[in-house]
Every structure is written in C-alpha cells, then in structure tokens.
Design a protein around this ligand. Sequence first.
Ligand SMILES: [Zn+2]
Length: 428
Amino acid sequence: MAQISGKDFSRAVEIGRPPNVVKLFPNSQALIVSGKVVDRAMMAKGKAMTIAANGRNYFVIRGALAAAQKANSAIIIEIAKSEGGANAYCAVNYWNIARQVDAACNELGITVPVAIHADHYGIKSDKDIEAAKVEIPTLFEAGITSIAIDASHLPDAQNLLANIALNPFVPKWAGLETEVGEIKGKAGLSTVEEALFLIQGLNANDIFPDWIALNNGTTHGIEASDQGIQVELTAEIHESLASYHLSGAQHGTSGNSSERLRAIAAKTRTTKANVATALQMLSWGLEVNDFGNAQLDEQGNFIKVTDAGVTEEMWPAMVAYADEQGWKGGNYKKLNLPFENKLLGQPVEIRERMCKRVEDFVYTLLTDVFNAADTAPLAIETILQAGSYDLGHKVGRIEDPAQWTEEKIIERGATIVSDKGPEGDFDD
Ligand SMILES: [Zn+2]
C-alpha cells in the first residue's frame, strides 16, 4: 500500500485546503480539498471511481471516512438539497456537513483527502435561480468544496441557461458537476445530443465542469427493477464528450450489481459514484443484499438485523413514528431528521456498530468494486505538483461564444428531440 509521508501530508494540509476551509478550520489537520482533487486522483489511477457518500446521518459520515482511510482512498462526502437544504429531511445539512467531517477527521486521524460536495443543488424554476444566487455563496462560506448544479428538471435550453446564470457564484477552484436528464430509471434516458448541447454551451461560456451526471437507467433509493445502469449508453455519451475532458458522476448506485459497477469504473469515465440509501439502511441495522438494496419481508417491511445498527428498542420506535406519518418504503428516509438526536443518544457501543457496518460496506466497495484503493497518495501528489488548492480546469474554451448567445441557445435547444420521461418526484 503506497504510504503518504508525514512531510507530504503536512505540506498538502498547508497548501491544499481551499480558502473557505482554511478560514473555518485554521488549526485543523483534516485534508479537506476541492472536488477537483478527488476527480484528478481517480483519473491518475485510471478506471477508478470513488464513493460520494451521502451523509444522511452522522454515523454514515464516520463510517465512510474510516473506510476511505483503511482503503487509502480519496473520498467525497455529500448531501443533496432534498436531504440537507432549506427543506431538509436530514439533520446533516449543507451548512453543518463540513464541520462534522472536519471534526471526525481530526478525531479519527483521517489523512486521506476528502471533498465535501453539495449534491443535486436542484433548480426547478426562475425563482429557484434567484434564491440560489443568495444561497450558493453561503454553502461555500460553510465549507462546501464542490457542487452539482442540477437544472435537469428544466428543458435543455433552460438547463444550460441556469448553469450559466449560477456559475459566477461557484468558486473557480471548486469541483463542479452538471446534470442532463433527471435520474428517473428507464424513462427519459439521456442522449449524446442532449449532453453535447449542455457541455458545448457551457464551454462556449467559459464554464468547464469536472463531472456530468446522466440519466443512464438508475433510480434514487431502493432499486425496483434490475435494469439498472446502462453501461454502453454511458460509455458512448462519455466518449462523445472526450474533448471536453468530462468525468462521469454515477447516481442511484445503491442496488446495482458489483459486476455492473465494476464495468462503469472500467469502461466509462466515471470517477464518482453517489451512494445514499444503502448507507442509511446499513447504519440503521437493516438487512441489505450485497448491492446495498434493503430487503423486505412478506409484509413489505424492512428487516431489522438483531445486534446490528440501532438498538432493538429504537427500531420499533422508528417504525411506529413512520406509521404515524404514513411513511412507507423509500419515505423512511424522512426519519433521519426526527431521529438523529435520539440515535446520537444511544450508548457508545451502539453508535460504533452503526458506523462499523457502514465502514465495512464502503471499504468493500472502494477496494473490491470501484478500484479506488491507494488513490489518496495520487490526490496529494496532484496538490503538491500544482503547488496549490486550485488545480485549474481540465480544458479551455473550444466553442465559439458567438454561436452560444442566449438567443442561439433557446433556438438550438428547441431543435433537440428528447424524451424527458414522466413528471414526478425522483429526488434523492
Ligand atoms: Zn442523485
């Protein structure tokens, strides 16, 4: 296992942490970095992707960090707008996630680089754009180091225009993900034409995302169909974007077979795989299959594993609360906010077993499926070579701005033939 020398680590902490992180955590030994650093480390190893673990509760954050340290892998800890935004269903949110990650890293002696990503910063209307111009700076002021501007709910031209309108509010050094095609399973699969339109339009406007998220067949939450990720479609779209040096961001990873996830890492340009639901279920002590899909009993209820996760008294309390609210299946995610404090108030050995179950699952993913082991030294090398926290963009402007004015964007957007699939709530 390639070791990180103490000298390199200290130097990386000194120069590799972005200014917002240095300001918030002046005396910290946690190597919190831009999302760009993690992306480049995976590219340096090749055919490798790391987990972007949605920290729906504190135990998931600790477990994922411990797994990354053990695998010597760079990692991303993230939270989506639906999970931790203004109308959150989790106690972990955009404004406290960096604090929780920094504290856990210092306590646990985590030396691998960690990026903190604002997942699915969703834009569904012009009103959302105006609100975002105020809110996005506050995310970075709170220690976020990477963001997914997700306007994929809007038609193609409006998606592009929203990304352009909000880019001035995202620091140039930060990781940047954009999204084409809302994550909604087999309906509304993304196309090369849609992806090229978004990326060329951004490029012409001096915007160079690190990642693109596609609707490539998965869904958020519990995977209902076994169709899952479309590897060939993903590879084809990534190839069509080769000259823009885009990496892929895989969503809805929970529930996909390890074989398919290995294929995504090996055959596409994906460097980040978002995992949310599976880690939540594991931390609670529920039965999940190898792919992280929660198992249901005959009555369609989750199966609590004895002596794993929360106490045997706590789980029935969570089920009773969910019943009162009329929550079933995927909506159990809404238990995160009302139960975070109750779960933190459990005995230390219970809290530790909740983290350990997440750690073991994430460690297997990183080392056995994602090929992310030993990418931490590559991330540190990237920082030391750049001599800065800001790695710059992977590509320059290739497209002609005159061809991508607002008028031209609306005109061109109208010519794109795409099936956006059914309406509905497909959020994380
Ligand atoms: Zn997602």
